[in-house]
Design a protein around this ligand. Structure first.
Ligand code: DON
Length: 312
């Protein structure tokens, strides 16, 4: 059952109020510029969508404007890798919070090339390696998978962002080569990075993102297509790691103040899973010092608080 107040107008009003309040406050934070193509995005953009298991999508603001999903793509990559690898995956990547910035390299050497979790850059690069090794064309498999989940053939990568990621990807290359030196990357590093940058460059709207991830709120079954995407156990595991690591080194604070499994990206998007109810997706480009969108954080915090959505 939908938790938003009854009536279509009332539902849209709740999101509309939250969106207007976020726009009304001064926007602290900076648009990501370490990937130059992201720096040209209009910082005043702001949207939110709440897709419910019943198939309704409530929206406010720029909810239909595609944006760079960046690290939110790590969720799709992980799901595909879990489908292909089963429990073997967890020999090569951990499930603990890192407590470090998302692109940190120090911990990886101490821990012999085993990334702490699949949602930091090193972990997602490791996941990309398993996809490159298991699919004849991992990039096409990834794109088809996301398009099917979103019910949207339009979703595509942004070539300019892809070129920019590739040109400015030295730190990610360092992470990949370090893991390769420990024997934890099987494919050629260039191929693994090509897949990783490709998935980070995907553009989707808040509406498409919220719709695509509904299976995580529904024990692994996508409610619109009835496709079983993961087992209930894997949906539980993904949500558990999202709860502890999806917001990087702000995950503890997010659990403390919001209480939902969530994933952010440096394009300014955040998705939050509301088990048994639906998916919230918010977007606004300016980021705080952890790499999480300041306005998207505010909107999700407010919506979860007003509707009592915390899982704890
Ligand atoms: O590899 C990177 O650094 C970016 N393509 C993605 C990082 C990201 O989105 C982290 N998010 N908060």
């Amino acid at each position: 059952m939908s938790v938003l107040p009854d009536g279509e107008a009332c539902r849209e009003q709740t999101l509309g109020e939250i969106h207007a309040a976020a726009l009304g406050q001064p926007c602290d934070g900076q648009v990501a510029d370490y990937i130059p193509a992201l720096a040209s995005v209009d910082a005043s953009r702001c949207g939110i969508a709440f897709a419910t298991l019943e198939g309704e999508v409530h929206v406010a603001g720029d909810a239909d404007m595609p944006f760079s999903i960046q690290s939110i793509s790590k969720v799709f990559g992980l799901v595909l890798a879990m489908q292909r690898m089963g429990d073997d995956l967890w020999q090569r990547v951990g499930m603990e919070p890192s407590g470090q910035p998302f692109n940190s390299i120090v911990q990886l050497e101490w821990e012999h090339g085993i990334p702490r979790n699949p949602f930091i850059n090193a972990g997602a690069i490791l996941v990309a390696d398993t996809l490159v090794s298991h699919f004849s064309s991992s990039r096409q498999a990834f794109l088809s998978f996301v398009r099917r989940l979103a019910g949207c053939e339009r979703c595509d990568i942004n070539e300019e962002v892809l070129a920019s990621e590739t040109r400015h990807g030295s730190r990610n290359a360092a992470l990949a080569y370090l893991m390769k030196s420990f024997g934890n990357i099987e494919a050629e590093v260039e191929d693994v990075l090509a897949h990783y940058f490709f998935q980070c460059s995907l553009e989707m709207s808040c509406r498409e993102l919220a719709t695509s991830l509904l299976f995580l709120a529904n024990r692994g079954v996508h409610p619109l297509s009835a496709e079983r995407v993961t087992t209930p156990r894997d949906a539980h595991r993904i949500n558990a790691i999202l709860s502890t690591s999806g917001m990087y080194d702000q995950s503890g604070q997010f659990a403390f103040s919001v209480g939902l499994p969530a994933k952010s990206g440096v394009g300014g998007g955040i998705v939050a899973i509301v088990p048994g109810q639906g998916i919230i997706s918010a977007w606004s480009p300016a980021l705080n010092q952890h790499g999480n969108s300041t306005r998207a954080l505010k909107m999700i915090t407010e919506l979860a608080g007003r509707l009592g959505l915390s899982i704890y």
